[in-house]
Write a protein that binds this ligand. Structure first.
Ligand code: G3I
Length: 379
């Protein structure tokens, strides 16, 4: 009896200690995101190496999420910066942390037009590599990286952002160095090499904007093409970089189309920005008027905007729960507003508020909504 009380006291003290550390006020019986969504799908976040150390970010990550995707450290520029030079230290540390805490890992990303060093596409004279040379390098990269993590990674974003989601005349992003060096079948080759490298790993195609009609249609065609050639593709990752304009109805239609084409669906980089957009690269004069219009929430996000965002996150998750037969994972691209990439894109140095925890790591209305909507009404 005495031991039981002692144990309970220890547990309560541990919870209080964690709350203080994370700046989060939570009750002892407050369930986490990963617990409430367990009957539906995995809930994840991205991973940055500075979060691996003990501290509030690591605690929050381990407490709330059961799957992680590295933001950058598995991209070719970081893991394979020069030919014959691999940097596995940082991703190894991530995988170790994940395994210790029963968290799954998604590999991101093997073949992408961005964050891929130039040497992949150059021959020894600095001229454009031949198709064969580029393919040999692709195969070597995929094989080495996937074999290194064999058995430790749930699945891989094999190809990222290959589709042109805007141009009615072009189905693929033709400016990609992979497209220019290899040709359109570089996607097929990537999936072929990935399956050879690790036949047990799940293989995904990941892209932004593919919930919209054109992007969805093109992704379905890509999936069908891969399948018709006998290639393995397990899932489609809809990145989910959305804002307050987001339409859950359109998303639902595309989930059904992907389901019909025989793949799982994942939301892989979710955030819900609250700032107005501006074409990347547009010239900016940082006047007071500009700040008021384009960066209006520097001192904090107004309650009505946070509530609107919460409502929208809630609508989104209701759609996802309804389709949990095909939706297997939802990953947020960041834990707290302070660490979102959207503070620096499309304009550097703004204060966006797209995630579930604020800059003090306190849960926002959106977090509370996501927990609340999973509760069955008491009868
Ligand atoms: O590491 C350097 C640091 O040394 C330097 O001081 C600093 C100066 O700006 O830059 C740091 O590198 C940045 C890196 O993120 C790490 O923070 C790069 O400039 C920056 O370009 C890079 O941005 C990443 C972006 O992909 C690049 O395209 C974001 O972190 C990452 O979240 C983002 O993720 C992508 C997905 O992989 C694919 N889908 C879109 C998504 C958002 O762009």
């Amino acid at each position: 009896m005495k031991t039981d009380t002692h144990c309970q006291m220890k547990f309560i003290l541990a919870v209080l200690f964690f709350s203080l550390l994370s700046g989060r006020v939570m009750s002892v019986d407050q369930p986490s995101l990963k617990q409430v969504y367990k009957p539906y799908f995995l809930v994840g976040c991205n991973y940055r190496p500075d979060w691996a150390e003990e501290g509030a970010m690591k605690n929050l990550l381990v407490q709330e999420f059961n799957v992680i995707t590295p933001s950058n450290i598995m991209k070719p520029a970081l893991i394979h910066p020069r030919e014959n030079e691999y940097h596995f230290e940082a991703p190894d540390k991530m995988v170790e942390l994940a395994m210790k805490n029963n968290i799954k890992v998604v590999g991101h990303t093997l073949v992408w037009h961005n964050q891929t060093p130039d040497w992949f596409f150059k021959d020894q004279n600095g001229k454009q590599a031949s198709r064969d040379l580029a393919l040999a390098r692709m195969k070597e990269h995929i094989t080495t990286v996937m074999r290194h993590y064999k058995g430790k990674v749930l699945g891989w974003d094999v190809v990222n952002e290959a589709i042109d989601i805007n141009d009615p005349a072009k189905a693929l992003r033709e400016s990609s160095p992979w497209y220019r060096t290899v040709g359109p079948d570089y996607i097929e080759k990537a999936f072929e090499y990935a399956h050879e490298a690790d036949p047990d790993a799940e293989l995904y195609y990941n892209d932004a904007g593919i919930e919209n009609p054109l992007g969805c249609e093109r992704t379905v065609a890509l999936v069908k093409n891969l399948k018709s050639k006998g290639l393995r593709i397990d899932g489609v990752g809809i990145q989910g970089h959305w804002g307050l304009y987001f339409s859950p109805e359109q998303l639902e239609k595309s989930i059904l189309k992907f389901k019909e084409s025989g793949v799982k669906v994942m939301i892989t980089e979710l955030d819900m920005g609250v700032l107005p957009g501006q074409p990347p690269g547009a010239e900016i004069t940082y006047t007071k008027e500009w700040t008021q219009k384009m960066d209006p929430y520097r001192e904090g996000c107004p309650k009505e905007i946070l509530n609107k965002q919460a409502l929208l996150y809630g609508e989104l998750f209701k759609v996802l729960m309804r389709h949990s037969d095909v939706v297997t994972r939802v990953t947020f691209w960041g834990i707290s507003d302070g660490d979102s990439w959207l503070n620096n894109w499309p304009i550097k140095g703004r204060m966006n508020h797209p995630l579930l925890f604020d800059r003090n790591l306190k849960p926002k209305p959106a977090y509370d909504t996501l927990i609340r909507i999973t509760k069955r009404p008491s009868s």
